[in-house]
Design a protein around this ligand. Structure first.
Ligand SMILES: [Zn+2]
Length: 92
């Protein structure tokens, strides 16, 4: 899986963006999406034992290391792309 991270302005969070394809038992794709995951970063940028344990606990409890996620189907992802472009262009 290819993922690109975008750091939050507060430097304590990151947005991971990747493409996720969900397949059934026979390999048929039933949902093709762009996945956005929210990651919490150590306050000082250094992964202490406590930070590492927090990540491990997150994986044990929820099955993944990130705090939350949103999967957009490709049509919604294109709408998001267009909306981001509008927002960015408005500020120029
Ligand atoms: Zn933040």
């Amino acid at each position: 899986m290819k993922i690109k991270f975008f750091l939050c302005g507060c430097s304590q969070h990151a947005l991971g963006v990747s493409r996720e394809t969900f397949s059934g038992d026979k390999g048929e794709v039933y949902f093709d999406s762009i996945e956005f995951t929210i990651w919490q970063q150590p306050t000082n940028g250094i992964y202490t034992i406590r930070e590492k344990l927090r990540h491990i606990w997150q994986i044990i409890r929820w099955g993944h290391p990130y705090a939350d996620f949103v999967d957009l189907d490709l049509e919604s992802a294109l709408e998001l792309r267009d909306y981001l472009t509008v927002l960015i262009e408005e500020e120029k």
